[in-house]
Design a protein around this ligand. Structure first.
Ligand SMILES: Cc1ncc(COP(=O)(O)O)c(C=O)c1O
Length: 400
């Protein structure tokens, strides 16, 4: 009898974490790796947020809290939803967890019966499909090609809805494509769901504040109030406030689901870290001016990296509209040969080659359900990005 549960065979380790781990190992072995695989801002957590955590510790806020979040943090989240998204959530509709990742995990585990379908537009964040599988659901991946702006088309959504569809997952701005829905585009997608009242929408808005070229952010329940009761609006402090390690995510949850999510969390991890909750409260209630400034820094890096990538023969890179990733197409390099004669069969081979030959860590598009592409994170210094791009250029030039 195996020690390992059969359900674990359904999922794979997170490819971006695996790429970052490989880069760390190579660094430890003395190699000078340029790491462009990590999904976290390179900025520091602002000092007023850190100070709020210290104050919380001094006050003795070091004990268990309500499993799904302190009233103070829930109040700050309700304030954020109202202020930034025009959404009214009462405190008993708000769930706080150890990262947006746990919110999504809780929601899928608490809602999916075996065989329930979850629509995932591709390219997609790696965890949606694996979490669905773990919860015995069936991911229905819908390709959203580059010539449609990597965005879900209403007719493609309509075509995959069945009586077993439970969720549509949207991620806007999108990791890895950087696609951002306009108000009209979002409305057109949500209008499809109005015709299918059994389908819920999980919107992962974690990159809400990383938006370029003056774009505006729209979330489904704001664009179409009629969908509010069927919407799980997920967000968190990781990306906007450079707080990835603090592990606080949250959501406005349909009333029908909130208690079950709290029950699951109460029987697994219980409350997210009390000190991090105090820090997240300070983040949401505090000054917000640095948030657009950081977004502008990402925009400048995006401009530079798009320019550099498009100078590399064999790569073609669109301009992401938000988030902090580039997603160049590498189709022209597939089928070429490495200096040792080995053929590049797919984007996985290409990223391995880039790691070995150019010492640059990126993540293959296959991990996000779309090939032939790869993902570059721009959450690092411009100097590092320029070095990474020039190494990629040299390595690509050596392919024949
Ligand atoms: C699209 C998306 N959703 C959720 C998360 C997880 O965020 P958190 O740190 O809040 O768990 C990430 C992190 O990379 C992400 O890219």
């Amino acid at each position: 009898m195996s020690l390992i549960a059969p359900r674990m065979d359904r999922i794979k380790p997170s490819p971006s974490s695996a790429a970052s781990q490989r880069a760390r190992e190579l660094r430890a072995a003395g190699r000078k790796i340029v790491g462009l695989s990590s999904g976290e801002p390179d900025f520091d957590t602002p000092s007023h947020i850190c100070e709020a955590a210290v104050e919380a510790m001094k006050r003795g806020q070091t004990r268990y809290t309500t499993p799904d979040g302190t009233p103070e943090l829930k109040q700050a989240i309700a304030g954020k939803f109202k202020r930034e998204n025009g959404l009214d959530y009462t405190l008993d509709q708000i769930s706080v967890a150890t990262g947006a990742k746990q919110v999504i995990y809780n929601a899928l585990m608490a809602s999916l019966a075996a065989g329930d379908e979850v629509i995932v537009p591709a390219p997609h964040w790696v965890s949606y499909t694996d979490m669905t599988l773990l919860a015995e659901g069936v991911p229905v991946v819908v390709p959203c090609p580059e010539d449609r702006g990597f965005k879900l088309q209403p007719e493609d959504l309509e075509a995959v809805i069945t009586p077993r569809t439970k969720w549509l997952i949207l991620n806007n701005p999108c990791n890895p494509s950087g696609a951002v829905y306009t108000c009209q585009e979002m409305k057109a997608v949500i209008d499809v769901l109005l015709r299918h009242p059994h389908v819920y929408v999980l919107t992962d808005d974690i990159y809400e504040h990383i938006l370029f070229d003056g774009r505006q952010f729209f979330t489904p329940a704001q664009v179409e109030p009629a969908i509010y009761d069927r919407t799980l609006t997920v967000n968190g402090v990781s990306k906007a406030y450079a707080m990835t390690g603090w592990r606080i995510g949250y959501a406005g949850v349909p009333r029908a689901l909130i208690k079950t999510m709290a029950k699951l969390q109460g029987q697994s991890t219980n409350n997210p870290c009390s000190i991090s909750q105090a820090a997240a409260t300070a983040a949401l209630n505090g000054p917000q001016g640095f948030v657009p400034q950081r977004s502008l820094a990402f925009q400048q890096r995006r401009d530079r990296v798009v320019e550099l990538l498009n100078q590399i023969q064999g790569l073609r890179c669109h301009k992401p509209e938000g988030a902090f990733y580039m997603f160049p197409n590498c189709g022209a390099l597939i089928g070429r040969k490495r200096p040792n004669g080995a053929r590049i069969e797919n984007d996985n081979d290409l990223t391995l080659y880039l790691l070995e030959a150019a010492e640059v860590a990126v993540v293959q598009g296959a991990a996000y359900g779309m090939s032939p592409y790869f993902r570059i994170s721009i959450a690092t210094s411009t100097e590092m990005l320029e070095e990474g791009c020039s190494r990629i250029k040299r390595a690509c030039e050596q392919l024949t």
